[in-house]
Design a binder for this molecule. Sequence first.
Ligand SMILES: CC(C)(COP(=O)(O)OP(=O)(O)OC[C@H]1O[C@@H](n2cnc3c(N)ncnc32)[C@H](O)[C@@H]1OP(=O)(O)O)[C@@H](O)C(=O)NCCC(=O)NCCS
Length: 166
Amino acid sequence: MRLVRPSIEWKNEHEDYLKEWDEPRMTPSSFNLAGYENYEVYLDALEIRESGYGKWVPSTNYFLVDDTDRVLAMVDIRHSLTDYLHNVGGHIGYGVRPTERRKGYATLILAEALKKCDELEIDRVLVTCNDDNIGSAKTIVKNGGIEDKSFIEEDGMVVRRFWIER
Ligand SMILES: CC(C)(COP(=O)(O)OP(=O)(O)OC[C@H]1O[C@@H](n2cnc3c(N)ncnc32)[C@H](O)[C@@H]1OP(=O)(O)O)[C@@H](O)C(=O)NCCC(=O)NCCS
């Protein structure tokens, strides 16, 4: 099991994962391939996004892959917080392949992402989830998350916010 960065060799695995994705929104959104002419164009756009261009803060994205090179989960690590990230998005966003859920992979990819945060010297890591996302809340608490005040979005969605001290 290891973290790898998106690159052309992961094109087929990435596309397969998205075929399986079962929710209206891709999480993390940085792995959404919709609207890109081809994978190379997506990779170029991701590189620009990761550099902290425009509305984006610098970020790093990883796939969690197993020993057979199957992508099990994806994570986006934002290196700093904007107002939006402070209230809603947090430092780390992750998602797990639908057929691989309930096997501990969210817990694992968050733990691995926290090690990357250590390298980035982020000593208080904010991780959030929607109020109805019990699996994600458990994942955060299992990784040491201490709950702060929730944020209520304009549409009434309650976002739970947790800090993980490193
Ligand atoms: C939420 C999500 C990341 C959980 O991934 P996962 O790999 O299934 O999580 P884990 O196996 O590490 O489980 C962590 C804990 O949550 C529990 N859990 C996971 N999914 C659950 C669910 N749907 N309902 C209740 N508990 C759940 C697990 O049982 C485990 O708790 P336990 O150790 O006490 O048994 C996954 O369902 C997903 O990708 N959802 C869509 C994207 C998303 O919501 N991302 C998070 C954005 S904040």
